[in-house]
Design a protein around this ligand. Structure first.
Ligand SMILES: [Fe+2]
Ligand SMILES: [Fe+2]
Length: 169
């Protein structure tokens, strides 16, 4: 027998297949966080204009949150005997968060952030479901991250509401 013995839950030999599934889900989550860091960093620098300042500051704060999430997903991949992938495995998916044509187009960024957060919320909700009764430690971690993403989305929905109210969005 290897060091992974029965009776250790998700780390046991008989749960190897389930572990692989969870590592796959965590790896996707890891890449989502990394891409979000890239997109938010670019947007937090690129945006121009008086109205953009609040958005830029919020994005700058969220970059730290998302990097922290990426680190947690990476740690959990390793704890489940997986390997954190290298950059050559990365495939971009945030076409909607590329720099806008005009750098004063704050609404483009707000909508992009809401879409990215919504995607994260959907994927993390799936992880919470898939790990239910199987891997409570991953589930617990992802529930906490999910709450952060819900907070991020709510904040940017508030920004969008303001723009809509003023007829800009
Ligand atoms: Fe995140
Ligand atoms: Fe987020």
């Amino acid at each position: 027998m290897a060091t992974r013995t029965a009776g250790t839950g998700i780390l046991s030999d008989e749960n190897a297949q389930k572990r692989e599934e969870i590592i796959g889900l965590l790896t996707k989550a890891y890449w989502m966080e990394i891409e979000t860091v890239m997109s938010y960093l670019a947007a937090s620098v690129n945006l121009d204009g008086v109205r953009a300042q609040e958005i830029k500051e919020s994005l700058a704060k969220e970059i730290e949150d998302e990097l922290g999430h990426a680190r947690q997903f990476a740690d959990r991949i390793k704890e489940l005997y997986g390997v954190v992938p290298g950059s050559e495995d990365f495939t971009p998916e945030q076409g909607f968060l590329q720099p806008p044509e005009h750098q004063t187009d704050t609404v483009h960024v707000i909508r992009g952030v809401i879409k990215a957060e919504t995607g994260a919320i959907e994927h993390y909700t799936r992880i919470v479901e898939e790990t239910d009764q199987v891997d409570p430690v991953t589930q617990d971690m992802v529930i906490a991250i999910l709450r952060d993403e819900q907070g991020h989305r709510r904040l940017f929905e508030g920004f969008l509401r303001e723009y809509e109210f003023e007829g800009i969005a």
